[in-house]
Write a protein that binds this ligand. Structure first.
Ligand code: PGA
Length: 254
């Protein structure tokens, strides 16, 4: 049996506190009584607490967009896993390509962040994906394999159950260029095979693997029709309620 699709909206640095709370209230109302799709949003740190209150009891997940690896300390401007957890977050994005490429996050740092998140019961949504030149050079699988190897260093099978992996080809993020559904499916299948080697087929089969990169109402249905695509991580199309709801609707009509 197929899993319920998992649709997460990554708001990035969009929507103020007021806008975010209003969005969350409308989302909650629109989805009340519906349970065909698992869904969640990733607001900015400053909105988490208030949005957490709005979403309480709704079944809608809330994820932070990032977390630091240390529990506390002299890290000006950073936010720790216990702080994120207290806001009501269930999940946290880790290793988003914007963090890797704009802010220079390494796989070792990402691995430490994953461990910090797990230690307080936050479920990691680990983002991985190749850049355009890497795909053109035929190195997609090599890049994916190495990211998984380094990011999941020391992660046990019972911890792996808490994970979502988001495959986000960097060339498709915010560019309007979506990976072809078959192209994405192929990489998802490769990711699952790597997880199966390390954690066994059962756990690999249960891990959610989302696609991200210019996912929108127009292509959501086609992407989700692929057998290995368990959900979508949506950036640009998640910050307008109407388009986010259209994606959720597409996901609820397999
Ligand atoms: P996009 O972003 O949908 O705007 O391409 C996806 C993401 O970065 O998670």
């Amino acid at each position: 049996m197929r899993k319920k699709p998992l649709i997460i909206g990554n708001w990035k640095m969009n929507l103020t506190l007021k806008e975010g709370v209003a969005f969350a209230q409308s989302l909650r109302d629109s989805l009340s009584g519906k349970n065909e799709v698992l869904c969640g949003i990733c607001p900015s740190f400053v909105s988490l607490r208030d949005i957490g209150k709005v979403l309480e009891g709704s079944g809608i997940y809330m994820a932070a967009q990032n977390v630091h690896s240390s529990e506390n300390g002299a890290y000006t401007g950073e936010v720790s896993a216990p702080m994120v957890k207290e806001t009501g977050c269930t999940h946290v994005l880790i290793g988003h390509s914007e963090r890797r490429n704009i802010f220079g996050e390494t796989d070792a740092f990402i691995n430490a962040k994953i461990k910090a998140a797990l230690s307080v019961g936050l479920k990691p949504i680990l983002c991985i994906g190749e850049k355009l030149n890497e795909r053109e050079d035929g190195r997609t699988e090599y890049v994916i394999k190495n990211q998984l190897k380094d990011d999941l260093q020391g992660i046990r099978a019972d911890e792996m159950k808490e994970f979502t992996i988001a495959y986000e080809p960097v060339w498709a993020i915010g560019t309007g260029k979506t990976a072809l559904p078959e192209q994405a499916n192929e990489v998802h299948s490769f990711i699952r095979s790597i997880l199966a080697e390390k954690y066994g087929k059962y756990i690999a089969g249960n891990v959610y693997i989302q696609y991200g990169g210019s996912a929108k109402p127009e292509n959501a249905y086609e992407l989700l029709a692929q057998p290995e695509i368990d959900g979508l991580l949506v950036g640009g199309a998640s910050i307008k309620l109407e388009s986010f709801l259209h994606i959720i609707e597409a996901a609820s009509n397999p």
